[in-house]
Design a binder for this molecule. Structure first.
Ligand SMILES: Cc1ncc(COP(=O)(O)O)c(C=O)c1O
Length: 396
C-alpha cells in the first residue's frame, strides 16, 4: 500500500530553521519562521496567558470531551473581538461560529464547507499568498485562480490589477482576502481598496473568505477589524477564519475559530450543524486548552486589559523595528529601495531582493529567510539591524 511513496522535500521555511540552528556563525540572524520574538529573540508566554493557564490548572476538574463546535464562551469572545458587540448582536441568527484547531483548521473547515455546499466554486487567491492557502483549499477538493495583488515596483497593492483579475470570477466563486497584515507581503488593501472589492463582490455575486491571523498587529485591535466588519455588514454571505496563534501567542495550543454568515435571517442552525458534521468527520472536537485560556482572559477585565497591553507592546515594537531598519539603510542610500518596509504592517515584508541575493545573504552573512524575500520583522533586534543593513548594502 505505501511502498510507492517517496520522501517529500523539507518544508522550505521549517527547513531553513534547521539550517539556522546548525549555523555556528555568532552573528547569525533568523528572519524565517513566522513567530513573534521579543528583543532577546525569545517567543515567551504572554503574562495574561500564564495567569489564565494557572487558573485553568487549578480549576479544570475534568478531561471529558467538549462539543464539536467548541466552547461557546470562546466563539463568543472571538466574535466580540472581530465584529465588536454591536455587529455581533446585529448578525445574531445569521452567523455560525465554531472553534477549530488553529487558523489552519478554520481554513480547512471553511473550504470543506464550501466544497460540500458548492463543489464547483473556484477560490481566488492573491499573488502572492501565504504558502499554506493553496495546498489547504486543494486538499478540501477545491480549485483556485490567482488575482493580481502585490506590485513589486511600488511595494503596495495593485488595486486596479486586483479588480481587473476579479472581473473574470463567476457568481458563487470565493475571494480569499487577508484581514490585515498580508502574509507574505505586509501590504494591506487601503480603505478605498476594500470598498472597491466589496462593491465588485456584490455586483458579481462573489463570496468573501477573510483570513484573520494577525488581529492587533497592524494598527490595533479594532482598527484591524474594521475591513472585516465592513465585509460582514455588506455581504449577504461571508466566511472568516480566525487564529489566536499570534495575537495570544498560543501557537502550539491550536486555537482558532471559523465564522460563516448565511443569507437567511435564521441561517445559523443549518450552518452550525453542517460545520459540526464536517468537524466530527475530521477530528471530532477541537483541543480545549487554548480556547479555555482565551475565554478566561476575555471574561476577566484585568486579564483582558493586561493582554491588550501586551499585544499593543508587540505591535509597537514591530512598527519601531520597521522604521529602524529603513533608517539603518539610509547611510547606504538604500532607504528608498526598501522604504515600504516602514509603512507595511504586521510581521512580514517582502524585501526587494532576488532569490540569488537572498541565498548570498544566507551563505555569506548567516541571515536566514526564504528565497522569495519574506522577512519576519520580529526577528530583527536593535542589535542586529546595523548588521542586516550593512549585509544588504554589501550586495550592491
Ligand atoms: C495568513 C495566515 N493564515 C492562517 C495562519 C494559521 O495559523 P495557525 O493555524 O497557526 O493558527 C497563518 C499562520 O502563520 C497565517 O500566516
Amino acid at each position: 500500500m505505501f511502498a510507492h511513496l517517496t520522501p517529500l522535500p523539507a518544508d522550505p521555511i521549517l527547513g531553513l530553521s534547521a539550517l539556522f540552528n546548525a549555523d555556528e556563525n555568532p552573528k547569525k540572524v533568523d528572519l524565517g519562521v513566522g513567530v513573534y520574538k521579543d528583543a532577546k529573540g525569545r517567543t515567551v508566554i504572554l503574562g495574561a496567558v500564564q495567569a489564565a493557564y494557572e487558573h485553568m490548572v487549578a480549576n479544570e476538574g475534568t478531561k471529558v470531551y467538549i462539543a464539536p463546535t467548541g466552547w461557546p464562551g470562546f466563539t463568543d469572545a472571538c466574535q466580540n473581538l472581530v465584529f465588536g458587540s454591536d455587529l455581533k448582536a446585529a448578525l445574531e441568527g445569521q452567523v455560525a461560529a465554531i472553534q477549530t484547531p488553529g487558523g489552519c483548521g478554520a481554513l480547512r473547515l471553511g473550504f470543506e464547507l464550501v466544497a460540500y455546499a458548492t463543489p464547483e466554486a473556484t477560490v481566488w487567491v492573491s499573488d502572492p499568498t501565504w504558502a499554506n492557502h493553496v495546498p489547504t483549499l486543494k486538499a478540501a477538493g477545491l480549485k483556485h485562480q490567482v488575482y493580481r495583488y502585490y506590485d513589486r515596483e511600488t511595494a503596495a497593492v495593485d488595486v486596479d490589477g486586483m479588480m481587473a483579475s476579479l472581473e473574470a470570477a463567476k457568481a458563487g466563486d470565493l475571494v480569499l482576502l487577508h484581514g490585515c497584515c498580508h502574509n507574505p507581503t505586509g501590504a494591506d488593501l487601503p480603505v478605498e481598496g476594500w470598498q472597491r472589492v466589496v462593491e465588485l463582490m456584490l455586483r458579481k455575486g462573489l463570496v468573501p473568505f477573510v483570513d484573520m491571523a494577525y488581529q492587533g498587529f497592524a494598527s490595533g485591535l479594532s482598527a484591524d477589524a474594521a475591513p472585516v466588519r465592513r465585509v460582514f455588514e455588506a455581504m449577504p454571505e461571508a466566511v472568516l477564519s480566525y487564529s489566536c496563534s499570534k495575537n495570544f501567542g498560543l501557537y502550539r495550543e491550536r486555537t482558532g475559530a471559523l465564522m460563516v454568515k448565511g443569507q437567511q435571517k435564521d441561517a445559523k442552525a443549518a450552518l452550525t450543524t453542517n460545520l459540526a458534521k464536517l468537524a466530527r468527520e475530521n477530528y471530532s472536537m477541537p483541543p480545549a486548552h487554548g480556547a479555555a485560556l482565551v475565554t478566561t482572559i476575555m471574561q476577566n477585565e484585568a486579564l483582558k486589559q493586561a493582554w491588550m497591553d501586551e499585544l499593543e507592546a508587540m505591535r509597537v515594537r514591530m512598527v519601531g523595528l520597521r522604521a529602524s531598519f529603513v533608517d539603518a539603510l539610509r547611510p547606504y542610500g538604500l532607504d528608498n529601495r526598501f522604504g515600504a518596509v516602514a509603512s507595511q504592517t504586521g510581521m512580514f515584508s517582502l524585501l526587494a531582493l532576488t532569490p540569488d541575493e537572498v541565498k548570498r545573504l544566507r551563505a555569506d552573512r548567516a541571515i536566514y529567510f526564504p528565497d522569495n524575500g519574506r522577512i519576519n520583522v520580529a526577528g530583527m533586534t536593535d542589535a542586529n539591524i546595523p548588521y542586516l543593513a550593512e549585509s544588504i548594502a554589501s550586495l550592491y
